[in-house]
Design a protein around this ligand. Structure first.
Ligand SMILES: Cc1ncc(COP(=O)(O)O)c(C=O)c1O
Length: 394
């Protein structure tokens, strides 16, 4: 029988796109959490939330099941609903748009900057209508959006801001951690992210009432913690005032997240070193553009995205295939939202999306993870160079 190809255990792959960073101390913490009598809504979650607030300097941190639920809870807590419009970038993961749709609202697609792929503030302004209620800036690839300008647009137009920080744990804007500018910040701990709990997420916010709303809504709307219900009175005596979901973050994932937080600085510094190495080795290659070089010290380098110029005579897809043939996995972040069947029907735009459309043919994300070796990076660089040189001389 022919063996099925397992893309995540393929021996031909010399440079994976991402390698999750789970070490022996993570395994120890997980094993210890597994021995507790309380497997959800317990002390590991509280500790993770407290340490997350310490790192980001946010007043509240609320652990949730993933960043998608963080976005949904944020929008719901801000009262976003049917007939409202929410402005999001055209280049982002689909979860940003799906969260808006979950509230019954309409995603409004704004174009992005060619340079850093973050939402264009000019395009945000072009997309404001009478129905606009909120903006979701996505700090793309680990680089902060222009929060000064975005906050001033929000203030002027009385709009809410939900920061999508799925790529940006450890990203700062003017010395402040992202996720602390808007009404809420939404973080992801998916396996490819800068910190992982396998699946998991966090909401940061400064408002007491939003925090209270989200704390309850992540747990069916129940107004007491599990500890409180079993410590005092009758466990079934709780109330629900507002609709809620099961979007909890369990004790095992919280223990893992807490342990990973201790290494976040080192893991992000590994990413920064790897990005600098790519910069130094790729900078003189004809036909590609490197990630924007502005303010790189505050970037958490979730992704390293190059652009393949038309003049290189190499298409993005042919470079992807060539690298794969050399055992190197790359990817594209992301196919623009306006090209998906569902958003053609459900999303709108009042501006041109020409920059994101152009970018889609050019962008390629190179392997990037803490612990990527020089040898692996050299393989990536040599293969790109070989392909570009070959096409140029043809
Ligand atoms: C920009 C962005 N927003 C939201 C999400 C959703 O995160 P999660 O998988 O934790 O729900 C992701 C995940 O990849 C993302 O990249």
């Amino acid at each position: 029988m022919k063996k099925k190809l397992d893309a995540f255990n393929d021996k031909k792959i010399k440079v994976p796109f991402v390698v999750p960073t789970i070490n022996s101390s993570d395994k120890k913490e997980v094993a210890s959490a597994l021995s507790s009598n309380l497997l959800t809504d317990g002390p590991n979650l509280r500790k993770f939330e407290k340490n997350f607030s310490r790192l980001t300097k946010s007043k509240f941190s609320i652990g949730v099941s993933n960043a998608t639920s963080a976005l949904i809870l944020s929008l719901k807590s801000l009262g976003i609903s049917k007939n409202d419009e929410v402005i999001i970038p055209n280049i982002t993961f689909v979860a940003t748009a799906n969260a808006v749709l979950s509230c019954g609202a309409t995603p409004i697609l704004a174009d992005v900057n060619y340079d850093d792929l973050n939402i264009s503030t000019n395009s945000i302004e072009e997309n404001i209508s009478k129905k606009t209620k909120a903006i979701i800036p996505v700090h793309f690839a680990g680089r902060s959006c222009n929060m000064q300008k975005i906050m001033s647009i929000a203030k002027k137009n009385n709009l809410k801001i939900v920061e999508d920080c799925a790529h940006s744990l450890g990203t700062y804007y003017k010395k402040k951690h992202v996720g602390t500018f808007g009404d809420t910040g939404c973080f992801s701990f998916y396996p490819t992210k800068n910190l992982t709990t396998f699946e998991g997420g966090m909401v940061t916010c400064k408002s007491n009432s939003i925090a209270k709303h989200i704390q309850k809504a992540r747990n069916h709307g129940i107004d007491k913690s599990l500890q409180d219900r079993f410590t005092k009175g009758y466990p079934w005596e709780f109330d629900i005032q507002n609709f809620g979901y099961n979007y909890r973050l369990d004790e095992i994932r919280s223990a893992l997240g807490n342990n990973q937080l201790k290494r976040l600085k080192n893991m992000n510094s590994d990413r920064r070193t790897a990005a600098k190495y790519y910069d130094s080795k790729l900078k003189d290659l004809y036909g590609i553009t490197l990630p924007s070089q502005t303010d790189t010290s505050k970037n958490s380098w979730h992704l390293y995205v190059i652009k393949i110029q038309k003049t290189s005579k190499t298409s993005r897809n042919s470079l992807f295939n060539f690298l794969l043939s050399r055992g190197i996995r790359t990817s594209v972040h992301y196919k623009p939202l306006n090209l998906f069947t569902i958003y053609k029907k459900t999303a709108k735009t009042y501006s041109s999306l020409n920059i994101s459309k152009k970018l889609y043919d050019e962008i390629l994300s190179l392997p990037m993870f803490p612990g990527i070796s020089r040898k692996q990076q050299n393989l990536v660089v040599a293969a790109i160079k070989e392909k570009l040189d070959h096409n140029r001389n043809e």
